[in-house]
Design a binder for this molecule. Sequence first.
Ligand code: KG4
Ligand code: ZN
Length: 334
Amino acid sequence: EKDLYILGIESSCDETAASVVKNGTEIISNVVASQIESHKRFGGVVPEIASRHHVEQVTIVLEEALKQANLEPKDLDGVCVTEGPGLVGALLIGINAAKAFAFANNLPLVGVHHIAGHIYANQLMQPMEFPLLALVVSGGHTELVLMKEHGSFELIGETRDDAAGEAYDKVARVLSIPYPGGPHIDRMAHESDGAIKFPRVWLEKDSYDFSFSGLKSAVINYQHNAVQRGEEINPHHIAKGFQDSVVEVLTAKTLRAAREFNVKQVIAAGGVSANKGLRTSLEATFKEEGIPFHVPPLKLCTDNGAMIAAAGSEMYKAGVCSDLSLNGRPGMEL
Ligand code: KG4
Ligand code: ZN
């Protein structure tokens, strides 16, 4: 059978990214232009600034991905692009670049769900085994997704308020840690010699949903009260206490779902799956449980084009195709 070469483009938030993936499993090139430096001083992603950077970067990144792959447009079989969810202005830049490229080179176009992309980042490491349970944790998402086959996504639990990454970034802000706070809190938790005990939010006994805004408030209140009393706070102990709570709840609910649905594989995906504490906890838990657990290397946990190409390759093989009316869908459902 002929090899499949798919170009993947991602621009839903603050990374402009393009990649060529072979057969949905093998990275041939992977180029990511991060805008983090430009958003840092605002403490979060500023949509208008994101769009402007995407406009500047998208052609450069796309050409670089082809160059590093040593391929010409005619060698490709299709173009995949993040259709949603995300910032609408940011999405549209990637989508319009993908449309122009597909039209000019007479290639099929496939719109991909961003979270499907995060999940399929795992396929760049090892084959998927179904039924599969995915814990998706990013700046915008905290979801437990059950997959019985390629392209089928059953949402069994999700956050009712803040996403895990959002909670990390907000807690970081309270501790005057630069954006994005997740990696800093992770490092501080790792270095800490103690922990503040914060609550665990389990919701109803049988629920797979999550809630992190109460925990975030508990951290803010703790910090506020300490300052009012003129007490010294230890940011490392706060970071560790916060991370312990997040990791314990994420791990316990993932384990319970893995048992209930009798899955053959558990994977983690999204920016927060780069978290050392979470990775260690999930690895140990599923090793003991005897269920294979995988999480992609750090570079494939955060936003990139390869994950979009991987998910899009499966869609392409299944005959899914978009046309030039493809539009950004900021609130797109999985
Ligand atoms: O998937 P991603 O790159 O973008 C979204 O689609 O949201 O995730 C970004 C999020 C940010 O909230 C960031 O703070 C968080 O992932 N993050 C982490 C770590 N690395 C990135 N959170 C906790 N620990 C980390 N090591
Ligand atoms: Zn993402």
